[in-house]
Design a binder for this molecule. Structure first.
Ligand code: GLU
Length: 302
C-alpha cells in the first residue's frame, strides 16, 4: 500500500526495442518490491529514444507483461503524473537544457570521431568493452568554457578532467564500487549530432527531474553509473542511491539478453501460466555477477 508521505521514488525503465525477457522481469520485480516495502512510488518510464529500434508495440507488450507479473506503478505512460511525460522521446527540451548547461560550463567538447560508439550512444551499454575507450582524438588540450556551437551539427563528449581521483559509491546491493575516470573509461558521448542525447545524459536528467531516490537496475550497468555520477556533479544535482541487481544467466553461464527469444516473457507465459511460477525462476537463475567479494547482503529499502 502506497504512503503518499513516503519519500521513496523508484522506477522501471525498459527500452522498447524488443520483448522483455526473464532478466528484465527479475530486475523490475526487485524495483517493485523495494518501492512496495518503502510504501513509496514506482514510475514506469519508456526509454524510447532510439528512433530506429524503438517500437510502440514493444512498449505495449512491456506494460502488459509487467502488469501480468504483478508489478504496478503509480506514474507512467498509462498513469499521467506530475513528472511526465513518461516517454523519453517526448522529453527532448529537458535534455537540451541540460546539454546547454554543461556546454556553457565547459564540460563538453565537439567530436567528429567514432561512428560506432555514436550509433550505440542511445541505448544503455550493457556490455562495456574497455577497448572502446575514446582515445581523445578531438579532445582539446585545455578545457574551454562554452565551446561555441559549430555551424554544422557535431557530436559532443564529456571531458574527463586529467588525473581524476577514483569515484566511489556504495551500491545497496553490490557493496562499495570504485572506478577511475580516464583509466577505466574515457570521454563519453553526451549528445549526438542528430539532435538526440546519449543514454547517460537522458537517464540522469530523467532520474533527477522525476525525483527518483533509488535507481534499481542490472549489475551490468554499474560502469554507466560512474559516468552518470560525473554528470550529476557537473549539473550540480545530488545522485540518487543505486541498487544494482545480480544478473540472470542461462545454464551455460551466459547472461540472458533480449535476443534469447526463448526466454521472452511472452514465450515463458505460455509455459508457466502463473506469475508465481515465473517469479520462482528468478532465484534459480541468479548468477550474482558484479557482487564484490565479501560484500554485505543487500540493504533493505529505506
Ligand atoms: N533502458 C535501459 C534498459 O532497458 C535501462 C536503463 C537504466 O535502468 O538506467 O536496459
Amino acid at each position: 500500500m502506497q504512503n503518499p508521505c513516503s519519500p521513496y521514488r523508484g522506477r522501471v525503465a525498459p527500452s522498447p526495442t524488443g520483448l522483455l525477457h526473464l532478466g528484465h522481469a527479475s530486475t523490475f520485480w526487485t524495483a517493485f518490491q523495494r518501492a512496495q516495502s518503502a510504501r513509496g512510488t514506482l514510475v514506469f518510464r519508456s526509454d524510447d529514444l532510439d528512433p530506429l529500434r524503438s517500437q510502440k508495440k514493444f512498449e505495449t507488450a512491456a506494460l502488459e507483461d509487467l502488469l501480468w507479473l504483478g508489478i504496478h506503478w503509480q506514474e507512467g505512460p498509462d498513469h499521467p503524473g506530475p513528472f511526465g511525460p513518461y516517454c523519453q522521446s517526448l522529453r527532448l527540451p529537458l535534455y537540451a537544457q541540460a546539454f546547454e548547461q554543461l556546454r556553457a560550463q565547459g564540460f563538453l567538447y565537439p567530436c567528429s570521431c567514432s561512428r560506432r560508439e555514436v550509433a550505440l550512444a542511445l541505448s544503455a551499454p550493457h556490455q562495456t568493452d574497455p577497448s572502446e575507450h575514446y582515445p581523445g582524438t578531438c579532445r582539446p588540450p585545455e578545457p574551454r568554457s562554452a565551446f561555441p556551437l559549430p555551424n554544422s551539427p557535431v557530436n559532443w563528449r564529456f571531458r574527463i578532467p586529467a588525473s581524476s581521483p577514483p569515484l566511489t559509491f556504495l551500491d545497496r546491493a553490490q557493496g562499495p564500487q570504485s572506478a577511475t575516470p580516464g583509466r577505466d573509461f574515457g570521454d563519453f558521448l553526451v549528445w549526438r549530432k542528430d539532435g538526440l542525447p546519449s543514454y547517460q545524459l537522458a537517464t540522469v536528467v530523467d532520474d533527477h527531474r522525476m525525483k527518483i531516490t533509488e535507481v534499481v537496475r542490472g549489475a551490468d550497468l554499474i560502469p554507466s553509473t560512474f559516468q552518470q555520477i560525473l554528470l550529476y556533479r557537473a549539473l550540480g544535482w545530488p545522485s540518487p542511491a543505486f541498487f544494482h541487481c545480480p544478473l540472470l544467466c542461462d545454464p551455460s553461464g551466459a547472461r540472458l539478453a533480449k535476443r534469447s527469444d526463448s526466454l521472452s516473457l511472452q514465450t515463458l507465459r505460455l509455459q508457466h501460466p502463473s506469475p508465481e511460477s515465473i517469479r520462482a525462476l528468478f532465484q534459480s537463475k541468479a548468477c550474482n555477477a558484479g557482487r564484490a567479494p565479501g560484500s554485505a547482503p543487500p540493504s533493505p529499502a529505506p
